[in-house]
Design a protein around this ligand. Sequence first.
Ligand SMILES: NC(=O)C1=CN([C@@H]2O[C@H](COP(=O)(O)OP(=O)(O)OC[C@H]3O[C@@H](n4cnc5c(N)ncnc54)[C@H](O)[C@@H]3O)[C@@H](O)[C@H]2O)C=CC1
Ligand SMILES: O=C(O)C(=O)COP(=O)(O)O
Length: 331
Amino acid sequence: MSRLIVTDYTFPTLEVEQRRLTPLGIAVEGVKAGERAELLAKLPTADFVLTQFAKLDAEAIDRMEKARVIVRYGIGVDNVDLEAAKRRGIPVCNVPDYCIDEVADHTLALVLSATRRVVENANFVSGGKWGLPVPVTDMRCLKSMTVGVVGFGRIGREVASRLSNFKCRLLVSDPAAKAADVEEAGCELTSLENLLVNSDLVTLHCPAIPATRHLINFDTLDAMKPGAILVNVARGNIVDTSAMYEALKSGKLGFAALDVFDPEPPAPDHPALALKNVILHSHIASASDEAVLKLRSDAAAIVALCNEGQPLPNIVNGVTGPARFAAMAVS
Ligand SMILES: NC(=O)C1=CN([C@@H]2O[C@H](COP(=O)(O)OP(=O)(O)OC[C@H]3O[C@@H](n4cnc5c(N)ncnc54)[C@H](O)[C@@H]3O)[C@@H](O)[C@H]2O)C=CC1
Ligand SMILES: O=C(O)C(=O)COP(=O)(O)O
């Protein structure tokens, strides 16, 4: 029997994974969120690792004496030390396409919440009041706005496509995007600097990598239009939380609509949560029944392929050879 360790899963049971993998002779075993010591103790016996948000840093990866693959239950791989896995010859795979429409829809929900003040108005009415909950100047119409999309990958493109129906001007910044693709989508490719200076609303869809850590910081917030709106469904640490808090407090940033935060979860008394011009969701943009099922089936399918020695899809750390041989070569 080989062994799959599943870290910090949030599903009620591991039935989907077990149904797929137990008949292949793979025992599926979960480790609850936060049980770092238990995880470290179990990793040396893992043939395969499936992880949700648990930190798989060099210390954890160096314990993977025989792991043949690390699969991320999701798109972002920022909780996995990709270089440490590469040094041990362990391929890291993600599931890149399970929730693109959900996240794009959720982004639009946040964009419209910010421009049409959906949450404040509902709270206003349930508090027994009637009328405009904010000055009329805070009620915005997308058609007269310029929206900046940072990151034109799978999600950013779907967000731009949805936004184009609202007839706003769309700017895109992405170091890998081709101008022709961006133009075909009805958007203008530009630098981040130009996007920030010209956008009334900026929405983030780039990965959390060293180059994007605190991409939105005191300086870049300063460069943004007074009263601009920030939407973040990507990763919390792309934004410097303290800088965002100060900008929201001063009104330099008009509104922030967030699905992600740094840190997650925030302390219940985090001062940003008390601000009237912030809405924070609990990292749920990917959620739908179909998406979760696809995520789990696709993740289990990668483990099954690895078990059969087949080529793996969606490798994000460049390790393509037979994992065990590479691992043995470096140890
Ligand atoms: N809130 C949530 O539940 C979810 C959040 N996400 C986050 O969304 C991110 C994006 O997802 P996808 O679009 O599927 O990824 P993707 O890999 O298809 O696209 C990311 C794009 O960002 C671009 N990029 C890289 N560095 C950049 C920079 N400095 N400035 C601008 N663009 C840059 C890349 O060139 C690429 O085109 C994920 O990495 C993940 O962290 C993904 C799924 C769910
Ligand atoms: O929220 C979830 O269920 C996720 O796994 C989202 O992770 P991702 O943002 O896809 O990397």
